[in-house]
Write a protein that binds this ligand. Structure first.
Ligand code: PLP
Length: 376
């Protein structure tokens, strides 16, 4: 048999697949039912009118052929309207929006279209593990950018030259909302370093304590500096539908569309039509979802008092594990799964992430067990 191409060997272990397997093995063992707070999978379905739009569209005969590769113009207009109305940003739907089969795809594509082999991609540490997959697939180099306690990058530790920077606010896993001025700082650094910026806005609408969502594109010079990825997964509970957008720099948007013309054949038209219904229809559920996660966040912070717990946004809470207690112990001895911090980068060691995207009764049971474990 011919050897596997190197690009597969370069890929890191897929963090969430491995975590899921460990949790499933532990769950199958004898004992009280395991509580899984490790996984961030939206637990609340999309608004009913969105499901209805999908159903109605799928029942038509004219929707089952290839959709336009670049996406429906009306969908691009709908996301542009959202950027204008919610984030205060004007974008040209014709030139500054690409439709993606989920924003994770955009993470991989950005590295392909912006970084030459061997170029450096700067990633937040701690940060979302899939960013490292993008580095590996592009045969790029990974440079870690440490995050300070408030989630702001330690710019003094950033390299002087790089091809791209990935940022993420509200951030997974550290649950930090965008600190004041962070996008201006990123743009200034990127300018000096000759790097493109990708801002991952997957949790954009999930911010707490009266904060307003903050788009990278609202910062001066952002659309010259890079793109933002918007996801339908978290704001509308549509994670399984695979729909997202790359918004911003027209050159990068065109490169992404070009790559997608080769690699995909558009997104199923009924999904796009339902996406239009989600973006242009009643928006109450976005706020209801946000408020529900905030209420769960409050309960988690109360249970984790004394453990540096953080949760300004996203549906995660990030907390410090006491000396000698690991995520493995929590899983094996207390039958509660959390995501071990070291999987998000070296600076995550000694920390853990818990998910708020679980049913309330499971969350409360899990928090009770966690409290008892932390109290020793
Ligand atoms: C930080 C971050 N970025 C991107 C994604 C991918 O989202 P999507 O469902 O749009 O691919 C996720 C999903 O969990 C995420 O946590």
């Amino acid at each position: 048999m011919r050897a596997r191409p190197h690009r597969l060997d370069r890929l890191p272990e897929q963090y969430f697949t491995a975590l899921l397997a460990r949790v499933q093995t532990a769950a199958a063992r004898e004992g009280e039912p395991l509580i899984d707070l490790g996984r961030g999978n939206p637990d609340i379905p999309p608004p009913p009118h969105v499901v209805e739009a999908l159903r109605e569209a799928a029942a038509r005969e004219d929707v089952h052929g290839y959709a336009p590769f670049a996406g429906l113009p009306a969908l691009k207009e709908a996301i542009a309207a959202r950027y204008r109305d919610v984030y205060g940003v004007e974008v040209d739907p014709g030139r500054e929006v690409a439709v993606l089969p989920g924003s994770k795809t955009g993470l991989m594509e950005m590295a392909q279209v912006a970084v030459e082999r061997g170029g450096a991609i700067v990633l937040p540490d701690p940060g979302y593990p899939d960013y490292r997959s993008a580095v590996a697939l592009a045969a790029a180099r990974h440079a870690a950018l440490p995050l300070l306690a408030d989630g702001r990058p330690d710019w003094d530790a950033a390299p002087e030259e790089a091809a791209a920077l990935y940022l993420n606010y509200p951030s997974n896993p550290v649950a930090a909302a965008a600190p004041d001025g962070v996008f201006d700082e990123a743009i200034a650094w990127a300018h000096r370093a000759g790097a493109w910026v990708l801002h991952d806005f997957a949790y954009g609408d999930l911010v707490f304590d009266g904060r307003r969502p903050r788009s990278f594109l609202a910062a001066e010079g952002a659309r010259e500096a890079g793109i933002e990825l918007f996801s339908m997964s978290k704001s509308y509970g549509m994670a399984g539908w695979r729909l997202g957008f790359a918004v911003g720099n027209a050159e990068l948007v065109a490169r992404i569309e070009n790559l997608q013309n080769h690699q995909f054949a558009g997104v199923f038209r009924p999904v796009q039509e339902a996406g239009i219904a989600a973006l242009t229809g009643p928006q109450e559920t976005v706020e209801e979802r946000r408020a529900l996660y905030e209420a769960r966040r409050d309960r988690a912070l109360a249970a984790l008092t004394g453990h540096d717990a953080r949760g300004e946004g996203t549906f995660f809470v990030w907390f410090r594990l006491p000396e000698g207690l690991t995520a493995e112990h929590l899983l094996e001895e207390h039958r509660i799964a959390v995501a071990p911090g070291e999987g998000f980068g070296e600076r995550g060691r000694g920390w853990a992430r818990l998910s708020l995207a679980v049913r309330d009764d499971a969350l409360d049971e899990g928090l009770g067990r966690l409290r008892r474990a932390l109290d020793g």
